[in-house]
Structure formats: structure tokens, C-alpha cells
Design a protein around this ligand. Structure first.
Ligand code: FAD
Length: 256
């Protein structure tokens, strides 16, 4: 039977020529710019929770934090479509892709933004797609039946329909009371899209200190993970790092 796979044509001199590929086997859209894709790699691909994969199309490559756990067969990515008028290069190509299309992939994962076992309290702060590595960490932790750690997931977004992983984190919190907490906060509470939102409001960076105090976290046995928007990361580092908290970061792009 003829194959229906599409891949974006490569350019002459393309550094991605000859790289392994991954097939998009599932896709789900949430808003007009947020979507998940699930990839089936053409070669074995192992990684640690928190690491990223580099994928490409049309010779353009970008890193993506992996949301799935290593025990899952498919690689799950949570992607924000950056429109071309806002500088997006790869994401317009990815956004146009459908199930059965293929992307290139680097065969090895990268990154040191991984679960740090030596701490017992993990404050996982992310902006929108920045929660992807935390989904991987929690799925892996509970799949392996590990105990002795507590997780405090904090997600910030402009609108609550951008949380996407909130249901999963809340389900972990329900199944593991006292072990997992989830806090979502919207930065534009007056927006029409946020009608009906009854949770926290304000930028997530402004809430980290209050939440850490409220949870009674010990500074020397807590690691604050920061992932996503560089402005959020800078601000939390200034507020918390300066007071002696342990902080680790993964920036998705450079601040202008
Ligand atoms: C280690 C690492 C992990 C990453 N993981 C993810 C991930 O899980 N999901 C994801 O969507 N992106 C992730 N990114 C960003 C991703 O690599 C791309 O930069 C992004 O998808 C935009 O690609 P682009 O080629 O369309 O635009 P680019 O040329 O890469 O960027 C153009 C501009 O878009 C803005 N931008 C970039 N990424 C985002 C974003 N996520 N949200 C809002 N604005 C953005 C910035 O202003 C940037 O200057 C990660 C980046 C790094 C370094």
C-alpha cells in the first residue's frame, strides 16, 4: 500500500539529512496555539525524565522537553505554536503536520534539568509548555513506585485553558494526598477567556515564595525547578535564589 507519510522537504546542505526520523502517531490540539504530538522514533531512544529531544523539519531543528516517561512507548511533546510574525520558524511547520507525518530526530537526548533525588521536596514551577518535564518526572516516579519525595507543581499561564496538564497533576494529588500538590494561576484574570476561573491569580513567579512558606518547606531539603519563560526564571531566581533557596533552571528561549 502506498505510504501517506509526509515530511517537509530538506534543503541542499541540510545538517539533518540522514538523521533518524520519528513518526507523528497522535496529535491533540487544545487552543489555537497549544498542542501535543506523540512520536514513534525510528531508532531506540532512551532518556531521563526532564531531558529534551531535538526534532526537525525542513532542515530547522529545535529542542523539546519530553513530557512522557521513559517507560512509555511514544515520546510525548507539548508545543506552543509561535506564529511566523512572532519569529516562529520550526513551529509553523510542526503546527501544519498531521498524524503519519515524520520529523527528523537527534538519536540522543540532552539536558541536565533532571530529577534530583538528593532533595526530598521538589517545587516544580513552569509556564505553560514548561510543565512538560514535570509530567515526565511524576509519571516516572509513581510508575516506579518510589516514595520519600514530595512534589509541589506550580503552573502559570495567561488563561486557564492553557494549563492542559492540570487534570493529570490534580489526579496525582488526589491519588497521593500530602505527596503531590498542584497550583495553577492565571495572569490575566479579567480576560473573557478566564470567565469561571476561581483559582489563584497573578504571575506564578510572584507566588513561589508565599507557597513555599505556606507548605512549610525546609530550605536545605528543597529544590525549586524553573522551566519555560526566561522572565519568570529570572524573577524567581532573584526572589528565592537570593534568599538561599536551591534553584535549577531550563530556559526555553533567550530574553530579548
Ligand atoms: C531545552 C529546551 C526545551 C524546550 N522545550 C520546549 C517545549 O517543551 N515546548 C515548546 O513549545 N517549546 C520548547 N522549547 C522552545 C523550542 O525549542 C522552540 O524555540 C519553540 O518551539 C519555537 O520554535 P520556532 O522555531 O518556531 O521559533 P524560534 O526561532 O525557536 O523562536 C522564536 C521566538 O519565539 C519565542 N518562543 C520560543 N519558544 C517559545 C515557547 N515555548 N512559548 C512561547 N514563545 C516561545 C521566543 O521569543 C523566541 O525568540 C524548548 C527550548 C529549549 C532550549
Amino acid at each position: 500500500m502506498a505510504s501517506m507519510q509526509r515530511s517537509v522537504p530538506q534543503q541542499a546542505g541540510d545538517r539533518t539529512a540522514g538523521l533518524p526520523t520519528a513518526k507523528i502517531v497522535k496529535r491533540q490540539d487544545y487552543t489555537d496555539d497549544l498542542f501535543n504530538i506523540w512520536l514513534e522514533p525510528s531508532v531506540p531512544f532512551t532518556f531521563k525524565p526532564g531531558q529534551y529531544i531535538t526534532i526537525g523539519a525542513g532542515g530547522i531543528e529545535r529542542p523539546y522537553s519530553i513530557a512522557s516517561s521513559p517507560h512509555e512507548r511514544l515520546i510525548e511533546l507539548f508545543i506552543e505554536f509561535v506564529k511566523p510574525e512572532h519569529g516562529g520558524k520550526l513551529t509553523p511547520l510542526l503546527y501544519a503536520q498531521r498524524v503519519a507525518d515524520v520529523v527528523t530526530m537527534r538519536p540522543r537526548p540532552k539536558g541536565i534539568f533532571t530529577f534530583q533525588e538528593k532533595y526530598h521536596n521538589h517545587v516544580l514551577v513552569g509556564t505553560v509548555t514548561g510543565v512538560a518535564p514535570y509530567a515526565s518526572m511524576l509519571r516516572n516516579h509513581f510508575h516506579n513506585g518510589k516514595t520519600g519525595h514530595r512534589f509541589f507543581v506550580m503552573e502559570g499561564a495567561s488563561h486557564f485553558d492553557e494549563f492542559v496538564y492540570d487534570k493529570e497533576f490534580l489526579e496525582f494529588a488526589r491519588r497521593y494526598p500530602g505527596v503531590v500538590e498542584f497550583v495553577g494561576t492565571v495572569s490575566r484574570p479579567q480576560a473573557e477567556r478566564n470567565q469561571g476561573w476561581t483559582g489563584l491569580t497573578g504571575r506564578v513567579n510572584t507566588l513561589v515564595e508565599r507557597c513555599c512558606d505556606g507548605w512549610g518547606l525546609p530550605q536545605d531539603d528543597t529544590l525549586i525547578y524553573l522551566c519555560g519563560n526566561p522572565g519568570m526564571i529570572e524573577d524567581v531566581k532573584a526572589r528565592m535564589g537570593g534568599k538561599g533557596w536551591n534553584v535549577m533552571e531550563e530556559r526555553f528561549w533567550k530574553d530579548d
